[in-house]
Design a protein around this ligand. Structure first.
Ligand SMILES: Nc1ncnc2c1ncn2[C@@H]1O[C@H](COP(=O)(O)OP(=O)(O)OP(=O)(O)O)[C@@H](O)[C@H]1O
Length: 346
């Protein structure tokens, strides 16, 4: 049984300009231990969806089940108890600015009824986990954005949650700090088996740590699946658009040259799709070395998804090449999908 199940979920808001349908018939299953990305453009409904997971927003219709129990069936007291299992972090950290780092993390522990001594001991442990054990006396204003988010993560872990919801938690951070926070989230996921749901508008965040992803558009789930599936075979225009906006970092991307284009004219063209286990071994370089035939890379859009090459590349064989068949077999043997390309490639 999935840990989080969202069933036929609708959420609408009544405003003075009419009703806004923020979510329409959303269905999702999130397994325990997943790092699940929910991605979409601004206004797609991501924040509303994540706030429905802990009933900060009560759905208009449909159900949210945590470990098989519907949150709608809980009394408000039971719901408060259930929420202790669900931590949350936000884009703007939401720290208490007048309190130091240690007191920020102690705060939820006091609410749980812990003594001052026990709360401080636990808060120190949590700050060690997020790498801020030496900054307990600092105030939020004295910390960088990444450090503030680490405090927020320590505070969210104070109730020993089983689920951590992250609403654009890295959107205010530079790319390097984003990577370090994502690495921390992955570490927490693995060490404590905490299921993580990440709301983001950046495909790079999904690519870096998520196992599964749902793409939300206009309040509906346009597409969902494993990150590998979506990167390899995006089915919808919105998925392709989000992937296009993700700046690839694959080594292959840098190998696209116009000089190569001039070198070979109008040979057979094939599209190769990196999926499954095509690691970042230099497949194309090895192909050329093996067959001693030039190959033109007309287009490359590969990305490193958790160490595995994903995406596609369009190759052109030399017009006088006689080894096309064997070369294609070589690529197939390395787990790549091949398709013929008949159209022009820009
Ligand atoms: N409390 C509210 N009252 C009225 N409309 C709302 C409310 N909360 C969200 N909405 C509307 O619901 C839709 C979805 O908003 P939501 O914040 O969930 O999107 P989002 O994908 O998280 O966007 P962003 O990335 O810009 O935060 C939007 O049209 C928004 O204006």
């Amino acid at each position: 049984m999935a840990e989080i199940v969202i069933e036929n979920l609708y959420k609408s808001f009544d405003t003075k300009d009419g009703t806004v349908e923020a979510l329409k018939n959303v269905n999702l299953s999130i397994e325990s231990g997943d790092i699940y990305g929910i991605i979409g453009m601004s206004g797609a409904g991501k924040s509303t969806l994540v706030r429905c997971i802990n009933f900060l927003e009560v759905p208009t219709k449909g159900r949210v089940l945590i470990n098989g129990k519907s949150l709608g069936d809980y009394t408000s007291r039971e719901l408060r108890k259930q929420r202790e299992d669900i931590g949350m972090i936000f884009q703007h950290f939401n720290l208490l600015m007048q309190k130091n780092v240690l007191e920020n993390v102690c705060f939820p522990l006091y609410i749980q009824g812990k003594s001052k001594k026990d709360a401080k001991k636990r808060a120190k442990e949590l700050l060690d986990i997020v790498g801020l054990g030496d900054r307990t006396g600092a105030f939020p204003a004295q910390l960088s954005g990444g450090q503030k988010q680490r405090v927020a993560i320590a505070r969210a872990l104070a109730s020993d949650p089983k689920i951590l919801l992250c609403d654009e938690a890295t959107s205010a951070l530079d790319p390097q700090t984003t990577s370090s926070i994502l690495a921390l989230l992955k570490d927490i996921n693995e060490r404590f088996n905490i299921t993580i749901v990440i709301i983001t508008h950046q495909m790079s965040v999904v690519r870096e740590i998520c196992s599964h992803v749902a793409i939300v558009k206009g309040g509906e789930v346009a597409e969902q699946g494993t990150v590998e599936e979506i990167f390899t075979h995006p089915k919808t225009a919105v998925a392709r658009e989000l992937l296009k906006n993700d700046v690839g970092d694959g080594e292959e991307k840098n190998r696209k040259t116009t000089s190569g284009k001039e070198l070979i004219q109008s040979g057979e063209k094939i599209r190769i799709v990196f999926s499954e286990n095509s690691a970042f071994e230099p497949v194309i370089a090895n192909l050329i070395l093996n067959f001693n035939e030039p190959v033109n890379i007309l287009k490359a859009d590969t990305k490193n998804v958790r160490g595995v090459a994903k995406g596609e590349m369009i190759l052109e064989f030399a017009p006088d090449c006689t080894k096309n068949k064997e070369m294609k077999q070589y690529l197939l043997d390395r787990g790549l999908d091949l398709e013929e390309v008949n159209e022009n490639v820009d």
